[in-house]
Design a protein around this ligand. Structure first.
Ligand code: G16
Ligand code: MG
Length: 217
């Protein structure tokens, strides 16, 4: 049996949300816009452009297109400086165990992330070679909950959508997986990820017999 296993990046493989938070917070501060952890939650899985649009909206602030581009660049430069410090210690618990188990079962593995920095992050934490294909913010135009990112991942793996399983930490990502006709597995809070087919707090809760069931279903 050959399924397609598709992993989101931020919140599933690594916690880069904390770095996005620091960088967006600095930017918001400079604009005089209050920015909280709760607001940062709403930026999870959301593209860079959409994130800045939301922050400006929260602050009732409008700026020129040039300034918008500059702020996005500044934010990304700061974010990249944080990323540069990452190593394998930042991989979330039991992610390598699950990836290696899937690999031992000859299951194809894809990354499906909104981030334009996905490749560099995977390299920094030493997981790049575990993925058969990587689809990220440089490959897609439509944001989750649009299923584009996962559909492209499935087609690059050569696996039909219905045979794919998606691991996601954001509701928009779960909806994207569902919209693609895939099995959705939420990583996080089941009261938030209400539309997922299954929810686990983290990968330590995902055991081999469950993965075998997915492979053989
Ligand atoms: C990630 C984060 C989002 C971030 C987006 C774009 O998505 O969850 O907060 O805004 O990527 O990131 P970048 O600015 O690096 O292009 P995902 O899909 O991996 O959860
Ligand atoms: Mg995510």
């Amino acid at each position: 049996n050959r399924k397609g296993f598709i992993f989101d990046l931020d919140g599933v493989i690594v916690d880069t949300a904390k770095y996005h938070f620091l960088a967006w917070q600095n930017l918001a501060n400079e604009l005089g816009i209050p920015f909280t952890e709760e607001q940062n939650e709403q930026l999870k899985g959301v593209s860079r452009v959409k994130s800045l649009e939301k922050i400006l909206e929260w602050g009732n602030t409008s700026i020129s297109e040039d300034q918008f581009q500059k702020l996005m660049n500044d934010k990304n430069e700061e974010y990249l400086a944080y990323i540069a410090t990452m190593d394998e210690s930042e991989i979330l618990p039991d992610v390598p165990r699950v990836l290696d188990f899937l690999c031992s079962k000859n299951q194809p593995i894809a990354l499906g992330s909104a981030s334009k920095n996905a490749r560099i992050i995977l390299e920094k934490v030493g997981l790049y070679s575990k993925f058969d294909t990587i689809v990220d913010g440089t490959n897609v135009t439509k944001a989750k909950p649009d299923p584009e990112v996962f559909i492209l991942g499935a087609s690059q793996l050569g696996v039909p959508n219905k045979q794919c399983i998606v691991f996601e930490d954001s509701l928009a990502g779960i909806q994207a997986a569902n919209n693609a006709g895939m099995i959705s597995i939420g990583i996080g809070d089941k009261n938030v990820l209400t539309e997922a087919n299954y929810v686990f707090a983290d990968f330590t809760q995902i055991h081999q017999d469950f993965i075998n069931q997915l492979i053989n279903s």
